[in-house]
Design a protein around this ligand. Structure first.
Ligand SMILES: Cc1ncc(COP(=O)(O)O)c(C=O)c1O
Length: 439
């Protein structure tokens, strides 16, 4: 049996994967033109350069309107503000997501309430949402996570029944569609992140989408310092800050959108091959297909580590550490159960809305979402999309490495679990130890 790299053996792969982000000469040319135009800012909103991009982005997502914002976290905050949420209103969010989905609600005075996710999609479980609804609930923020979609038909029906707003967090779903409808076009507002790891990126940045002119105007006002929108049909005046994106970012995003279809096709082909290979490996469970997805996106590829019960097996964190030492970038604690994350410092002492006007203080230490916790700490293995776009050999290497670690579970189980090192740390602590990564 080949010795694992984590135990001193030869790594299965030394070659780096395709670099990310991708760019072409036309991106450099467009950036130079934008610099030379001396129009670098994001005002007026949208700028002449941004206007065409917004129309194309809205069309890509099947929405009527789109606007650029500073980042994906802010996109959620402004969406909730534009929908009229205020201090103390409750917003149901998945427990298994990036912390920003929840902290964006905290930032505008709302109270995030965690619901669990579905074990087959890692997206919001609609029944768990139903149980989390209280008289204070005003909105739900589903996240279309990694490579799957929230079951939007059932969620929209539930929201309608209770008069709740929906903000779709589409940070992972650029260009994706569910039952023929684009991500960000099914709820009241869709939000996107253009941070560096995302499928379309300007280093940082975000977008909001909507089908409602009233929402569009409200969003524009909140993003643009409270100014009247260009249409101003509703005369809405909301408190706004400067959440605008620059034209330098728009210049990059135009090329990113052009490149999206080809990269998506490569990701989808890579993911199909990977699924067929991983499905043969005993300690791996691939996520079941989700027929409702009519246009896959694949921000990341996620599978589940499920060693055979009763047989010696290392923790998921050690499994992931061993896989990474084989030359395969991957993660286990990519996300935590947010209420347990060491980045989620939300207490009644620093967030007054968790206490004021409530019969009982919100105490996140009492939260328990078992599927999210299992995903975060025991089961999920995250691979990155740049491992899928380089072609068949890259994908086969990923599968071979998983196979190699899977064949050595008993040996690995007998080792010191601290070998998992930074892979088992919380993120606040881990950031100090992590090497600069290309994702
Ligand atoms: C699911 C999800 N929501 C929101 C965000 C926040 O986006 P940003 O980093 O652009 O603020 C991210 C970004 O990582 C994300 O993955």
């Amino acid at each position: 049996m080949t010795q694992l790299a984590i135990l001193g053996g030869e790594p299965l792969r030394r070659k780096p994967f395709t670099p990310w982000p991708q760019y072409r000469q036309s991106d450099i040319d467009r950036l130079v033109q934008t610099v030379e135009s001396r129009h670098w800012g994001g005002y007026p909103l949208p700028t002449a350069l941004a206007k065409g991009f917004c129309e194309d982005f809205a069309a890509l997502q099947g929405a009527k309107y789109a606007l650029p914002v500073a980042n994906g976290t802010v996109a959620i905050t402004v969406a909730l503000q534009a929908l009229g949420l205020g201090f103390g209103d409750e917003v149901i969010v998945p427990a298994y997501t990036w912390d920003g989905t929840a902290t964006a609600a905290l930032a505008m005075g709302a109270v995030p309430v965690f619901a669990d996710v579905d074990p087959d999609t890692y997206c919001l479980d609609v029944e768990s949402v139903r149980r989390a609804i209280t008289p204070r609930t005003k909105a739900i923020v589903p996240v279309h996570l990694a490579m799957r979609f929230t079951e939007m038909d059932a969620l929209c029906a539930l929201a309608k029944q209770h008069g709740l707003k929906i903000v779709e967090d589409c940070a992972h779903a650029h260009g994706g569609a569910y039952r023929g409808k684009g991500a960000g076009s099914m709820g009241d507002i869709g939000t996107f992140s253009m941070q560096e790891s995302k499928l379309m990126t300007a280093g940082e940045g975000g977008m909001v989408t909507t089908n409602s002119l009233a929402c569009y105007e409200a969003l524009q006002t909140v993003i643009n310092c409270g100014r009247a929108s260009l249409t101003d049909e509703y005369g809405q005046r909301l408190l706004g800050l400067n959440y605008r994106m620059t034209d330098l970012q728009i210049a990059l995003l135009i090329g990113q959108m052009e490149a999206l279809p080809e990269l998506r096709a490569r990701r989808v082909a890579g993911a199909e091959l990977l699924t067929s290979l991983l499905a043969q490996i005993p300690c791996v469970r691939v996520l079941p297909p989700q027929d409702a997805i009519t246009q896959p996106t694949l921000y990341t590829y996620v599978f589940q580590y499920r060693p055979e019960p009763g047989k010696p097996a290392p923790s998921r964190d050690l499994f992931v550490a061993a896989l990474e030492k084989e030359g395969i970038p991957c993660d286990g604690r990519f996300y935590e159960a947010v209420y347990k994350s060491d980045l989620f410092y939300a207490t009644p002492q620093n967030c007054a809305q968790l206490k004021l006007g409530r019969e009982t203080e919100m105490d996140y230490a009492q939260c328990h979402c078992p599927v999210s916790e299992c995903a975060a700490y025991d089961e999920s293995v995250w691979l990155f999309q740049f491992e899928l776009i380089g072609g068949e050999e890259d994908v086969r290497d990923v599968a071979r490495a998983v196979e190699k670690v899977a064949a050595n579970l008993a040996t690995l189980a007998a080792q010191d679990p601290s070998l998992a090192g930074v892979k088992a740390m919380g993120r606040a602590q881990r950031a100090r130890f992590e090497r600069k990564k290309n994702y």
